[in-house]
Design a protein around this ligand. Structure first.
Ligand code: G3I
Ligand code: 9MR
Ligand code: ZN
Length: 540
């Protein structure tokens, strides 16, 4: 019979670092062998067996895999086997992900709000100042300037829960591997002597500072009542509303600001001090504030980001302030929350920020020295978080950790799980965490059942039709952006018309600008990718 016409061998389409583990996923037979072919000379340079037959509900596929980790020579290659045909070409190379890393950071720059973006660096995404009109605090006649920051996603809302997660990811990525972040990604601040990732994080931090009120509460978001049409941001003139202060957003804010104090101390002590003072004020506010849960008021259809649990945000706030100041009251708070609610403290999602707090505590040598019993509890918590991710990969045909739960933003769930492994590895080096973190990146860059690299402008096949207002309005492709990915809940009209309950969860994806539940992009989906790419690049 005819062989496959489109390559059906799944690889990271960008390729692999020379000393990294290298696995490939095949649709056909164990017992067959596969060859690595040098694409320039067309000669076989390596041969290995095809292994492990596995069936997964998430893909409704039977898969096999091969491992060519021992082959380390830089070059351009393809893989082939008799039954599976030939793969796309890919590279084995040092620094292979470096340009991608810059692009994934710059994606955030292209989301900037309140500034003029000029064509010399923003290309088709250039626009005049946007959303600079004075905003109204919803339900009052008070007005406030809350211009700046980033647009959240394909919409123009600016939300504290997701903005804080994004800056924390950027700062931690930098802190773990400062040497990987250049001052030359092509933004106005390039060449100013500060890594561009920190210039970019500061854009959002300055906005977050405006979202704090005089008594330390932090407003949840700035939105228009309805999502605008597919217009450029500077064309969106609808009234802006600031929505109520929340303990969840305030806790996130404290976490981001206290971490910013440590990160910017040597770069701009005055700014760092402002961040710390803001963090302290909001922490004090939190001590007497109680949880309320956001829902859109009548007539609003903005992103809700409702969070009904502020325990993890309070924990992060106390941990980050303890890391910044060493003051006993913050440590007491960390301990109290941890002892009472450790089970609520897992996660690096906008809604579940606990693992960041645990990580920040474990970075502190004085915790290890002065209170080794508590240090051990924290360590075992983060290791448990990482082991849970690792365990979830063991029966997955593509070596990722979602079982069959492919929800809205599944690609970000995968990036976040990779980030948990990277954080754990940063505390306790473990080759299994390194390899599995890389496996999560390989999935995002093409080694998945759709044979698609989910980051724009990477690999052979990547998304072209994003759900993103500027991209539609300018008829251009936003570079370096991770799309949401498969969502088996079918939450937009396009996926509803194409798929049904029988569709494999991991295949409920369509590269269509109208598919907001699978093909939107978002700041807090790119940021764990930035952290993941840099962690993988550093480890190999
Ligand atoms: O939590 C359930 C889970 O228990 C269940 O197993 C799973 C089954 O599919 O669904 C999970 O819920 C989903 C949830 O995301 C998971 O985080 C919901 O179905 C889904 O509706 C929800 O989607 C959210 C979406 O807004 C709609 O509210 C996304 O997380 C969230 O990232 C997205 O955020 C939007 C903003 O509103 C506006 N800005 C753009 C942004 C990105 O699309
Ligand atoms: O464009 C909106 C996107 O940014 C949101 O993530 C998504 C879910 O809140 O909603 C999109 O807006 C759609 C709305 O929910 C329903 N009508 C069509 C809108 C865009 O096509
Ligand atoms: Zn704007």
């Amino acid at each position: 019979s005819d062989g496959p016409t489109e390559p059906n061998i799944k690889i990271n389409q960008t390729g692999y670092l020379p000393n990294a583990q290298k696995k490939v996923v095949f649709p056909f037979d164990q017992g067959d062998c596969f060859q690595v072919i040098d694409a320039n000379t067309n000669t076989v340079v390596y041969t290995a067996p095809i292994l492990r037959k596995l069936y997964n509900e998430s893909t409704k596929e039977t898969t096999f895999y091969g491992d060519f980790s021992d082959f380390t020579t830089p070059g351009r290659y393809r893989l082939q086997s008799q039954l599976n045909g030939t793969s796309y070409e890919f590279e084995i190379q040092e620094d292979l992900y470096h340009n991608l890393l810059d692009q994934t950071v710059k994606m955030l720059s292209l989301q900037r709000c309140g500034q003029t973006l000029t064509a010399d660096w923003a290309g088709a995404f250039a626009h005049e100042q946007c959303h600079t009109q004075i905003a109204t605090i919803y339900g009052t006649d008070q007005q406030l300037d809350v211009s700046g920051g980033w647009h959240d996603a394909g919409d123009y809302g600016r939300y504290v829960p997701t903005g804080t997660k994004t800056v924390i990811d950027l700062m931690l990525a930098y802190q773990m591997n400062p040497h990987l972040f250049t001052d030359a990604i092509g933004i106005p601040e390039s060449g100013n002597g500060v890594a561009d990732i920190l210039d970019e994080a500061r854009v959002e931090l300055e906005w977050l500072l405006k979202m704090q009120n005089g008594w330390g509460g932090v407003y949840d978001k700035v939105v228009t009542a309805q999502f605008p049409d597919f217009i450029m941001p500077d064309q969106d003139q609808a009234p802006l509303y600031i929505m109520q202060e929340m303990t969840t957003s305030t806790g996130d804010f404290v976490g981001a600001m206290a971490l910013a104090y440590s990160i910017y101390q040597d770069i701009d002590p005055e700014f760092a001090r402002r961040c710390l003072d803001a963090a302290k004020l909001s922490w004090d506010y939190l001590q007497s504030a109680t949880l309320s849960v956001y829902t859109n008021p009548e007539g609003f259809s903005a992103g809700q980001y409702s969070d009904d649990n502020d325990t993890d945000e309070r924990y992060l706030a106390s941990a980050a302030l303890y890391a910044a100041t060493g003051e006993q009251k913050y440590l007491d708070s960390v301990k109290t929350i941890f002892q009472a609610s450790a089970d609520q403290l897992t996660g690096v999602q906008w809604k579940t920020m606990g693992s960041y707090g645990t990580y920040l505590m474990l970075k502190l040598s004085d915790v290890q020295n002065a209170d080794s019993a508590f240090y051990q509890q924290l360590l075992s918590k983060l290791i448990t978080d990482a082991e849970q991710v690792l365990n979830a990969t063991s029966n997955d045909g593509y070596f990722v950790s979602l079982y069959s739960a492919y929800a809205w933003g599944s690609n970000a769930d995968i990036a976040n799980n990779g980030l948990i492994l990277a954080l754990a590895n940063d505390i306790r080096a473990n080759v299994n965490y390194v390899n599995s973190a890389a496996d999560h990146l390989h999935y995002l860059l093409g080694r998945n059942s759709l044979n698609l690299s989910f980051v724009t402008n990477s690999g052979i096949h990547s998304p072209q039709h994003l759900h993103h207002r500027p991209a539609s309005a300018a008829n251009a492709l936003l570079p370096g952006a991770l799309v949401g990915g498969p969502d088996s809940a079918l939450e937009d009209p396009v996926t509803q018309s194409m798929f049904n309950g029988d569709t494999a969860p991991a295949k409920c994806y369509v590269d269509d600008a109208e598919s907001y539940s699978t093909n939107e992009v978002a700041i807090y989906w790119n940021s764990p990718l930035v952290a993941l790419i840099s962690a993988v690049e550093n480890a190999n």
